[in-house]
Design a protein around this ligand. Structure first.
Ligand code: P6P
Length: 338
């Protein structure tokens, strides 16, 4: 006869959070009777990649994989050793999963068509920035992975053509923030969910579902070092914000700055600059996925005065300027751009 545990112990276990990313994905899948499980299989590959990359980052200095390589990526940016490790991890985890027709990475010039006997059954394209903000690694700054999932367009005449879809076409989008904890934030088009990695059990646990961005927040996030070359409207906005007691927060990692904006409110901006007249951030695998997250949480995301998710992409590594965050704060920016 097993002694009945004291109520306090049973309550303790009952209160324990046991909703993992895996169970959440399967529960979402069950809401779609005709789902084949392919989509869930891709999300679980992203979760596996995130755990591997998080582990590599946490032990980078010990294993001497910090620092840069004597190589540049397709963007002309010096590659960090962990850029390559993260990129290879994602390519391996996604490439072995049925349901992935094409993968496209910030680190690779062209998309990769996953050629397998059943290529025709591969309905999704996965685009990613494997390690956003990697130049902050040497100083132990926060970095992230950003991903965007699109339906594979069988009618497209080339792999690149299949991924040149507007942001409104995304099936899912999200990011992993490797910060003080490892946070996995995702939307599949019906709200934003947040999971935190519990290293003691190796699972991402659900901490919040249906996240709503604060309607306003007196914080702006952009690289003010570029102020002199911002278009006039952005300089007018900064003058207004500083005259109205706004704070400035900027880490140099888009994932960290947008995550703070999502959680605390405010606005993140990367305007056109003299060095980057089209803005620095890439539309397909940085701005679009972050814009989907922000809009699904009740925020706004614009490029100039146009809604980001309506921009028609022209090339895989296309850059665009962007402003995204609390709806009232994006409206303040727009008021000064008009
Ligand atoms: P800057 C990191 O290199 C990145 O791509 C984004 O994560 C970040 O928001 C931006 O560039 C920072 O650029 O010009 O301010 O250093």
């Amino acid at each position: 006869m097993v002694d009945t545990p004291p109520t306090s112990v049973r309550q303790l276990v009952a209160r324990e959070n046991l909703t993992t990313l895996q169970t959440h994905i399967l529960a979402e899948e069950q809401k779609h009777p005709h789902a084949s499980g392919t989509f869930s299989w891709i999300l679980s590959a992203l979760a596996l990649s995130a755990k591997v990359i998080a582990d590599k980052i946490r032990r980078a200095r010990i294993q001497d994989v910090l620092g840069s390589l004597d190589a540049e990526n397709v963007q002309g940016e010096r590659q960090q050793k962990l850029d390559v490790i993260a990129n290879e991890t994602l390519l391996r985890c996604l490439g072995s999963r049925s349901g992935v027709a094409i993968v496209a990475s910030e680190e690779d010039e062209n998309p990769t068509l996953i050629q397998r006997e059943n290529a025709g059954e591969r309905p999704y394209c996965v685009l990613f920035d494997p390690l956003d903000g990697s130049s902050n690694l040497d100083s132990c700054g926060a970095v992230g992975t950003i991903f965007s999932i699109l339906r594979y367009d069988r009618r497209a005449h080339s792999p690149e053509a299949s991924i040149l879809q507007r942001g409104v076409e995304q099936s899912a989008a999200g990011y992993i923030l490797y910060g003080s904890s490892t946070v996995f934030v995702i939307t599949t088009g019906s709200g934003v969910s947040m999971f935190v990695l519990d290293p003691s059990i190796g699972s991402f646990l659900l901490v919040e579902h249906g996240i709503r961005i604060p309607r306003s927040g007196r914080t702006y996030s952009l690289n003010e070092g570029n102020r002199a070359s911002f278009p006039e409207g952005y300089r007018r906005y900064l003058d207004w914000a500083q005259a109205n007691g706004y704070s400035s927060r900027y880490s140099g990692t888009m994932v960290a700055d947008v995550h703070r904006t999502l959680v605390s409110g405010g606005v993140f901006l990367y305007p056109p600059t003299k060095k980057s007249p089209e803005g620095k951030l890439r539309l397909l695998y940085e701005v679009n996925p972050m814009a989907m997250i922000i809009e699904q949480a009740g925020g706004k995301a614009v490029s100039g005065t146009q809604r980001v998710l309506e921009v028609q992409p022209k090339a895989l590594h296309q850059r665009i300027p962007c402003s995204m965050g609390s709806p009232d704060e994006v409206d303040h920016v727009l008021r000064h751009l008009g």
